[in-house]
Design a protein around this ligand. Structure first.
Ligand SMILES: Cc1cc2nc3c(=O)[nH]c(=O)nc-3n(C[C@H](O)[C@H](O)[C@H](O)COP(=O)(O)OP(=O)(O)OC[C@H]3O[C@@H](n4cnc5c(N)ncnc54)[C@H](O)[C@@H]3O)c2cc1C
Length: 431
């Protein structure tokens, strides 16, 4: 049996579920498919190991979709302060004042109540599945993957692994970095694997929930602290947090294999002094990190959004924030296509989506690399800036501040001088 829709969204991760909700609210008939079962939330359960820093822009978008209040009703941790500093020792360290090695933002001085929220991915996803499910025009299909795709002049047909067929004018691939629909559509990727991986460690610490998220940069990679909620009555006086340790794959493999007590000691020795007293390690997982960009954002009746189109270094936590920007842009284009009575797969509209989103996503990829190099490199940063052409050492605090503001989602735009600078980073032009 074939069911007919306007749009089929493959993947109901955070980006796909948001797109399905928004498109359903705009009156499109949407099916959204995920091979995983529906996410479930239990208030007394330890936090999901995957968490994301959601920017103010993402918060506004989730509010429009009606998913923000359900997220707050489950759990989300606002942070008022954000600090980034350099722990790299180099010949100029002792000569450099603290202002050159640390950037700190606080909500009060930016005249806002908070800079962002740390939210468990499963919480965001669950809230979005709920809002999607509440939309009469949206059909959520959980627990099934896609086994085939055929594309015709009027529509595309997606076949599920249980034999069902779904017909639609447009198929949106929101099935993550290893996107199968991207392969089925014949869209290639440019990929650059970083030397580092990221290990996320879910911990409890002594003290109330902190209002700061911070990241210290070491020669082997950054080490970050993301505060989560209070651990409640079961562990009075304690709170949850997520630590991220970037390092060489072999070092992380060694750390992953350690018993909890030994890992705790390693963390205490390796992390900056700002780390609160840890009481418990709940879980750990490591993730390869790669800069990846689809060669095209669409082909015939398939268009990509979120991690299926691009992945970036997670060091400033911008991946899903970019995915939500894709979702908003694509939704706006599809509304225009419908208003003009055009085919939803008309390259005129999908091309405009790519024209808007590709440079923005590419700029954020470059900024991540610039950000990383400005904060940690064995080459003294002043030399690095000089080599890159920014010139005087006195530009360093300004550059760091501006790059950090953009990379962390505090500013929407990177100043022109830094945009030019990112264009000089070797190896990025083909992205
Ligand atoms: C260590 C680490 C830390 C990060 N921290 C942050 C952060 O702080 N802030 C931030 O913004 N981003 C962060 N990110 C990035 C962020 O997690 C991703 O950008 C985000 O999850 C992408 O969402 P997505 O919906 O595009 O893809 P995914 O989350 O990968 O979702 C894809 C969905 O598609 C489904 N799927 C896959 N294949 C199929 C198929 N064949 N059929 C049906 N369904 C399918 C999957 O089950 C999944 O639900 C981090 C990433 C890492 C690795």
């Amino acid at each position: 049996m074939t069911q007919a829709f306007d749009i089929v969204v493959i993947g109901a991760g955070m980006v796909g579920a948001a797109l399905a909700t928004g498109l359903g609210q705009d009156g499109f008939r949407v099916a959204v498919i995920d091979r995983s079962p529906a996410p479930a939330f239990a208030p007394d359960r330890a936090p999901d190991i995957r968490v994301s820093a959601l920017s103010a822009g993402s918060e506004r978008y989730l509010q429009q979709l009606g998913a923000w209040q359900p997220i707050l009703d489950m759990r989300a941790t606002p942070y008022q302060r954000l600090a980034v500093w350099d722990e790299t020792r180099h010949p100029l360290s002792s000569l450099m004042p603290r202002t050159l090695t640390e950037v700190e933002f606080d909500a009060a001085s930016l005249k806002t109540t908070h800079l962002g929220h740390i939210v468990e991915n499963s919480v965001t996803q669950q809230a979005l599945w709920q809002t999607a499910d509440d939309e009469p025009k949206v059909t959520v299909i959980a627990g099934h993957g896609v086994s085939a795709l055929t594309q015709g002049s009027q529509s595309a047909t997606v076949t599920l692994d249980d034999g069902r067929s779904l017909d639609a004018q447009l198929v949106i691939g929101a099935d993550g970095a290893q996107s199968g629909i991207r392969d089925m559509a014949g869209i290639g990727v440019s990929r650059n694997q970083y030397d580092q991986q990221a290990m996320v460690i879910s911990v409890r610490y002594q003290g109330p929930a902190e209002d700061i998220t911070w990241q210290g940069f070491y020669p082997s990679g950054p080490r970050a602290f993301l505060p989560l909620h209070s651990a409640g009555a079961s562990h009075p006086g304690e709170s949850w947090a997520s630590l991220v340790w970037y390092d060489a794959p072999e070092q992380l493999a060694r750390l992953k294999a350690l018993p909890k007590e030994a890992l705790m000691l390693e963390i205490q020795q390796a992390f900056p002094a700002e780390l609160p007293l840890l009481t418990h390690i709940e879980a750990r997982a490591s993730f390869p990190i790669a800069r990846q960009h689809a060669k095209h954002y669409f082909s015939r009746r398939v268009v990509l959004a979120g991690d299926s189109a691009h992945t970036i270094n997670p060091l400033a936590g911008q991946g899903v924030n970019l995915g939500f920007q894709d979702a908003q842009c694509l939704q706006a284009m599809l509304k225009e296509a419908r208003r003009a009575n055009d085919d939803l797969a008309d390259p005129k509209w999908l091309g405009q989506y790519e024209q808007q989103r590709r440079p923005a996503n590419r700029r954020m990829m470059m900024t991540m690399d610039l950000f990383y190099h400005l904060f940690s490199n064995r080459i003294p940063p002043v030399h690095l800036l000089r080599n890159l052409g920014l010139g005087a050492a006195r530009a360093l605090p300004f550059a760091r501040n501006q790059v950090a503001r953009y990379a962390m989602g505090i500013d929407d735009r990177l100043p022109a001088v830094l945009t030019q600078l990112t264009d000089r980073i070797p190896g990025l032009r083909q992205f």
